[in-house]
Design a protein around this ligand. Sequence first.
Ligand SMILES: Cc1ncc(COP(=O)(O)O)c(C=O)c1O
Length: 467
Amino acid sequence: MTTALSSPRQETASSNPPQDKAISLDSLSPNQQLLPLTAIVNSSDHLEIGGCDVVELVQQYGTPLYILDEVSLRTACQQYRDAFSKHYQGQSQVLYASKAWSCLAVCAIVGSESLGIDVVSAGEILTALRAGVSPRLIYFHGNNKSVEELSYAIESSCTIVVDNWHELKTLERLAQEGNLSPRIMLRLTPGIECHTHEYIQTGHIDSKFGFDPNEIESVFAFLAESSLNCIGIHAHIGSQIFELQPHQDIGGVMVHWFKLAGEKYSLQFSELNIGGGLGIRYVESDDPPSIEEWVKTVSAGVTAAFVTEGLALPKLLCEPGRSLVGSTCVTAYTIGGSKTVPDIRTYITVDGGMSDNPRPITYQSKYRAVVANHMSSPLSQTVTIAGKHCESGDILIKDIQLPFTNAGDILVVFGTGAYNYSMASNYNRLPKPAAVVVEGGESSLIIKRETREDLLRQDCLPERLHK
Ligand SMILES: Cc1ncc(COP(=O)(O)O)c(C=O)c1O
């Protein structure tokens, strides 16, 4: 595959996507790019993704609009898969952490690339199943799964990643009542800290997720007598991580538990899941490792640990979310009014905001954007992009350099594939945006835009309140 776009890694803050250099997409790790791999500036001076002119997409589907680049998503899936084949001698399985974006089309695309799916609710299980993913490849997480969700997962033959004692005992009861032996794994907190945003760290000792190392032996003792079929252990140490060392170290921590389970409790584990967490490039200064570097590192760490302990290599699973889908999608907005506060800043308002992208207000996350309908115009102003919600904090991007803009121009924000649609809300009763997938010059709707009527769908007005 070739593109007219040179690597966004070579861009500077003051340049839009260049147009002149043919490069191979296969060699680019999507998580290291600001833009989707197929992004170019076309002869109309418009941003084009997947062969589709973004301005035309907006005319057809409206704004805000999530635009998913299929080539980028498939490339990311293939890079994970191929890197494991190249760097890990044992079996492996990549699972997509669908909390990043759970919808039929995304699950179907990653499923067709032979990835499994990590889910955290009955809704995500249903989505993965309806997208055609085999239940054998669906792994169910969560720190407070309901009995109904657990029963649904068992009936559907998904693997359940058990988080705590309450869940373990509930599962044991369900297994005995149904004379079943569901496949489970155990989530452990490995005590590895990452230098990432504190709200999205999940793996250190003070975590709501997983069994504490102090209770693991008693869990193993329980499992040795139980009807549950425990196939292995799991750990996830955080998200948006740029360092390789913590993921290198996971193997060394987990092998200890693997060995103990076999030697002392005769539990024959076969799978080790080291979670997700590889970061992506949201702004120029972000410099995450490539997908291949990450896979190579975790593979080396796990291999060294298991060889040292004299154990056979486990089937190695990982469950990336952000680094699979994050950089593959952009959000297009229509610019509305502006407001200049003299000597302070100029606000430019768009027709979405924290309801379609809650990450800036929640995590102070940073994003980059371009004006998609005049890509080559000089960057002439520093502005702040404000959402339309009734919250002063509803700011999508603070102090970004843009060309001069008018109401009606199209602003495209990059890197919105992960934890945007999946965290979207109807705050202020805004309908959720539509999403399209683009590939080879074709666009297809993957999520319909909500209507005003949709917003009332679940409302009930008791008779006595009716006038
Ligand atoms: C258990 C688990 N696995 C996988 C992921 C995916 O992480 P990321 O999107 O950073 O790859 C998460 C996200 O927090 C998680 O909690």
